[in-house]
Ligand binder design. Structure first.
Ligand code: BTN
Length: 326
């Protein structure tokens, strides 16, 4: 009920009488009064004026379960929400929740992570009050081979969610990073639990740099945050809700066809280094070529010097620009 009260007060932008809230939710005045009191404790400024009712004044970026729920405008992606002030890793937590029966669409978000994980076993720095860390649980019925495409779907959703929230035009650095201004804004980590050809669950996690911050020296020259780019305060809950909205739209399209065919044009438009020279870091040996965009299976097409085009599978390699990170 608290999330619904929040959503109603926000939508109304005016006083809402206690009587109306009671009737709307079918509860007593005391129940409404208690819920409002708890929301105030969570950091919301709610004015209560006799004979007028309650008024929400939004000044602070409150980040928590009720804020996320009240912003969520989706059918399934982002329902239910599990929010933690601190968690080891949202991916880790999501796996445990999936194993204990949580279904597709469950969102796990945290204010900080004590053991945030990046790709290739690296740590993902996850301080409090600064960034967005979330993981979405999926219970797909398709083949495990299709799972690498889920990261590309999330990449599209993150880029779209960022644009909708603060207007930053972010690009995709295939397959796992979102970039702007030549620097990394977001990293993604998709993991799955599979037995023979049966997928128990997939968890897709993303860490988005939101607030201005000191990045660790080893990444300082290639990391950037949204607030550095747009110069204004960004609501982390709004950002996650916008990413969920975009993800639901793109994933429904992907799931119908088990292919990226319907999303290709949009994806390739956002792909950085398209038609530029890239360096493919293949464990069997590095090579260079021209990036020609991704195909419907999410593989990067790289044109070699002799004109042949190779299809690079996301799981095996990473790609960087010839002159640096992008
Ligand atoms: C990378 O670029 O190396 C991927 C980083 C992925 C970080 C996110 S933050 C939320 C989720 N939980 C984790 O432990 N990792 C992912």
């Amino acid at each position: 009920m608290k999330s619904k009260i929040l959503a109603l007060l926000r939508e109304r932008r005016d006083y809402v009488s206690g009587q109306e809230l009671c009737e709307h939710f079918g509860v007593s005045r005391t129940a409404v009064w208690k819920a409002v009191g708890q929301l105030k404790k969570e950091g919301y400024e709610i004015e209560a004026v006799k004979n007028r009712g309650y008024l929400l004044t939004e000044r602070e970026d409150v980040f928590g379960r009720h804020e996320l729920e009240s912003r969520m405008a989706t059918r399934w992606a982002g329902h239910p929400v599990y929010f933690y002030e601190s968690v080891s890793s949202t991916n880790q937590q999501a796996k445990q929740l999936a194993e204990s029966g949580c279904g597709q669409g469950t969102l796990v978000a945290a204010d900080m992570q004590t053991a945030g994980r990046g790709r290739r076993g690296k740590a993902w720095s996850s301080p409090a009050g600064t960034n967005v860390y979330f993981t979405l649980i999926l219970k797909p019925e398709y083949d495990p081979d299709c799972v690498s495409m889920v990261t590309l779907v999330m990449a599209l959703a993150v880029a779209e969610g960022i644009r909708a929230t603060c207007g930053v035009e972010a690009g995709i650095k295939w397959p796992n990073d979102i970039v702007a201004d030549g620097k990394k804004l977001c990293g993604m980590l998709t993991e799955m639990s599979v037995e023979r050809d049966y997928i128990h669950h997939v968890v897709v996690g993303a860490g988005i740099n939101v607030r201005r911050q000191e990045f660790a020296p080893e990444i300082a020259d290639r990391a950037v945050s949204l607030e550095q780019l747009c110069g204004q305060r960004v609501s982390r809950a709004m950002l996650i809700a916008n990413v969920m909205k975009a993800f639901e739209k793109f994933y429904d399209c992907f799931e119908r066809e088990h292919s990226l065919a319907g999303l290709l044009e949009q994806y390739n438009r956002l792909l950085v280094s398209r038609d530029g020279e890239v360096c493919v870091l293949d464990p069997k040996g590095e090579y260079r070529g021209i990036s020609r965009g991704v195909n419907a299976r999410g593989e990067l097409l790289v044109e070699l010097a002799d004109g042949r085009v190779t299809e690079v599978y996301a799981g095996e390699v990473s790609v960087r620009g010839v002159y640096g990170y992008v």
